[in-house]
Design a protein around this ligand. Structure first.
Ligand code: TRP
Length: 450
């Protein structure tokens, strides 16, 4: 069953693709704007709590399912629990991956526009108000954002048709370290700005009064989104892992690096926000207005900002690849399609919905569902509802339904040290009780059911 499957070839490759899936716009674009809207330090603290309490165990759960079955989300549940309703988890995963890739590609398209704007020195505009207007008139126009969305998905396509090892692994290996380095350089620049202290206080000093049910729900959604969790993306990736990969260690490294990048992004953004007198709660445009302002205050601004947006674009690419791969693996293994055809289908659906999301800042901005634009709705529905729901079902499945033998086999692989047993106990405890209960409670409060 496993031998005919493609596999990632090196250990560093396994970590790089998993981190590549996790690190993306979720850390650098979504985390700062969500933290900005939800009270800074309190949001960060809750986010960290969710990552360690729920995130790491659920990553392990997805890894166990994926490596054990060597299958995509849908097939995995069919193999492990034939004929049982657990199969629905596969469909939730497929649906949310379609929703996420649609709005995600729009923002990735913005980063492509900003590569070219950076290279032109933002047409000489340096003022905060000018940069704001520039972003506004770009995002609300119709054809450019829509066109970039499609171009971005084409890039995605070109990597995906080449397959798992050749495409995905190669890109991730080079990219992640480069992104990391450049973030550190910007963080240093930002920390020397006049209002650095205020920015850091906003990010790191939790104001417990700001914790409301919707902040808690947002922080949980962010944890799931940023870790690529809850829809079987990691099940799919783990199906390409070999036997020697340590699942727990890979989960820990992924969560740690992912949080580190998000915090670095915060350290870059907030000192600048306060220095330039901007509004931390500006929403999705925050990063696209703040970063250019930082760059304009650096020597060699054109070089740095162009490089940054190129890296951000590439980091988005390694994340969307993992979302499309969920659908492609499903179409290939379950519907018998060839790789090319499956990729065509997945990318075409994403392009159709992606264009609608892009237009939802322009011509379609009047179209509101529950007061949200299409873009906002897709994000809210997927991140705050479907991902945690998928995560809850996955933890219940591995905690209660899956044979304990399989868990032990995947996590211990022969070496029964006391330390390993303790780690497994902790993970199982979280999967059985902590994660499902936490997610349920946050749902009841956050959605106002309670
Ligand atoms: N985690 C990625 C980011 O932070 C986004 C992502 C990739 C994702 N694959 C996913 C989110 C699967 C949810 C599910 O940018």
């Amino acid at each position: 069953m496993r031998n005919d499957k493609a596999q990632f070839s090196t250990r560093i490759g396994v970590v790089a693709v998993t981190v590549g899936s996790a690190v993306g716009l979720g850390n650098i674009w979504r985390f700062p704007f969500e933290a900005g809207m939800h009270g800074g330090g309190a949001f960060l603290l809750l986010n960290l709590l969710f990552v360690f309490l729920i995130g790491i165990p659920v990553i392990c759960a997805e890894f166990i399912i994926g490596r054990n079955t060597g299958s995509n989300v849908r097939t995995a549940f069919r193999k492990l629990a034939p004929g049982e309703p657990w199969g629905a988890v596969g469909y939730i995963g497929l649906l949310s991956s379609v929703l996420i890739i649609s709005f995600y590609s729009v923002v990735a398209g913005w980063t492509m526009e900003y590569i070219f704007r950076s290279a032109s020195g933002f047409s000489g505009v340096h003022s905060v108000a000018g940069l704001h207007d520039q972003f506004d008139s770009f995002a609300t126009s119709d054809w450019r954002p829509a066109l970039w969305t499609v171009i971005f998905l084409l890039c995605n396509y070109l990597i995906l048709v080449r397959g798992v090892e050749k495409g995905i692994e190669k890109v991730s290996n080079v990219l992640m370290p480069a992104l990391f380095l450049i973030l550190i350089i910007f963080a240093v620049r930002s920390l020397t700005m006049p209002a650095a202290r205020e920015g850091l206080e906003f990010l790191f000093r939790p104001d417990f009064q700001k914790i409301t049910p919707s902040v808690v729900l947002g922080a949980m959604g962010q944890a799931f989104f940023s870790l690529s969790l809850g829809l079987g993306g990691l099940i799919t990736y783990a199906s390409y892992f070999n036997r020697r990969t340590s699942l727990v260690r890979t989960a820990g490294i992924t969560a740690g690096l992912d949080m580190l990048v998000a915090v670095l992004a915060g350290v870059i953004i907030f000192p600048a926000v306060f220095t330039f007198g901007m509004e931390p709660a500006a929403g999705p445009e925050l990063v696209f207005e703040v970063l250019p302002s930082i760059f304009c205050n650096m020597t060699g601004s054109i070089f740095w900002s162009t490089l940054f947006f190129i890296l951000l674009f590439l980091a988005s690419l390694t994340s969307t690849i993992s979302m499309s791969e969920i659908q492609i693996a499903y179409l290939m293994e379950e519907k018998g399609m060839g790789r090319r055809k499956a990729t065509n289908v997945a990318v075409l659906i994403a392009a159709g919905l992606g264009v609608l999301c892009a237009l939802s800042f322009g011509s379609l901005s009047g179209l509101r569902v529950f007061g949200m634009t299409l873009f906002g709705l897709f994000d809210y529905l997927a991140s705050n509802i479907l991902l945690p729901l998928g995560g809850m079902l996955i933890s219940l499945f591995v905690g209660w339904r899956l044979k304990r033998e399989i868990v032990d086999n995947e996590l211990l692989y022969g070496r029964k040290t006391i330390f390993r047993r303790m780690v497994i106990c902790a993970i199982m405890f979280s999967l059985r009780y902590v994660a499902p209960a936490c997610i349920l409670l946050v749902f009841l409060f956050g959605l106002g059911i309670f």
